[in-house]
Design a protein around this ligand. Structure first.
Ligand code: PGA
Length: 250
């Protein structure tokens, strides 16, 4: 039985003060959620304050990106050990917005996730096809490329520390959720890629989250799919009421 993960991706929202207030309100609302892991991903500036506000609660903290380097002349980048020091346990890697606006390639995703693993962070690696790719019948091929290149040269033991988020790009921020069946189909395709590359046991344990317009009113249908092991939530994670309703989907 895989332990689900519900993660909130705040993107470029919330000042430090807003973020801390949010955690104070969220804490009691999710305190009894033992059925899943709860993760929030604030912007870099609020990470430390959020980690402190969430201390001794069941809320874990993720960054939204990480450098593949340990340190050096890389203006604007933040290393895994810096994130760890700020209180992060997780990091989102390869989100479609970073692929779209920051030239994030599968090769960079691969380097970043190795840096995250070396820095003792749990990578939440995003994959997913665009609308154009889906309509051209290329979903499976895109997932296969993202998987093979993104997870290249990893041992099964390394891979077993990774969480995957399947996020069809056409469903992100559009209000257009993939149906639970469409999502589950891609999750199954990903899981069979894991079987091929890392073996059945690792595949059985890997959490694959769904992301793309997850809301309180569609989370139950998604989580009813055996293949779906949680959610990466954008817009609906910004309000404590809607995020806690998603966390408490049972
Ligand atoms: P959304 O974003 O829930 O607002 O569609 C999901 C994501 O980008 O991770």
């Amino acid at each position: 039985m895989r332990h689900p993960v519900i993660a909130g991706n705040w993107k470029m929202y919330k000042t430090i003060a807003e973020a801390v207030r949010f955690i104070d309100v969220l804490k009691p609302k999710v305190a009894s959620a033992n059925h899943c892991e709860v993760v929030v991903a604030p912007p870099f500036t609020a990470l430390k304050a959020v980690a402190e506000a969430a201390r001794s609660s069941n809320i874990q903290v993720a960054a939204q990106d990480v450098s593949w380097e340990k340190e050096g002349a890389f203006t604007g980048d933040v290393s895994a050990s810096m994130l760890r020091e700020a209180g992060c346990t997780h990091v989102i890697i390869g989100h479609s917005e970073r692929r779209q606006y920051h030239h994030e390639t599968d090769e960079r995703v691969n380097r970043k996730l190795k840096a995250a693993l070396a820095g003792d962070l749990t990578p939440i690696v995003c994959v997913g096809e665009t609308l154009e790719e889906r309509e051209a019948g290329r979903t499976q091929a895109v997932l296969e490329r993202q998987f093979t290149e993104g997870f290249a040269a990893l041992t099964a033991q390394d891979f077993s520390r990774i969480i995957i988020a399947y996020e069809p790009v056409w469903a992100i921020g559009t209000g257009r959720t993939a149906t639970p069946e469409i999502a589950a189909e891609s999750h199954r395709a990903l899981r069979s890629l894991i079987v091929k590359q890392f073996g059945g046991e690792v595949a059985e344990q890997t959490r694959i989250l769904y992301g793309g317009s997850v809301k309180p009113d569609n989370i139950q249908g998604l989580m009813a799919q055996e293949e779906i092991d949680g959610a990466l939530v954008g817009g609906a994670s910004l309000k404590a009421d809607s995020f806690s309703a998603i966390v408490n989907y049972l």
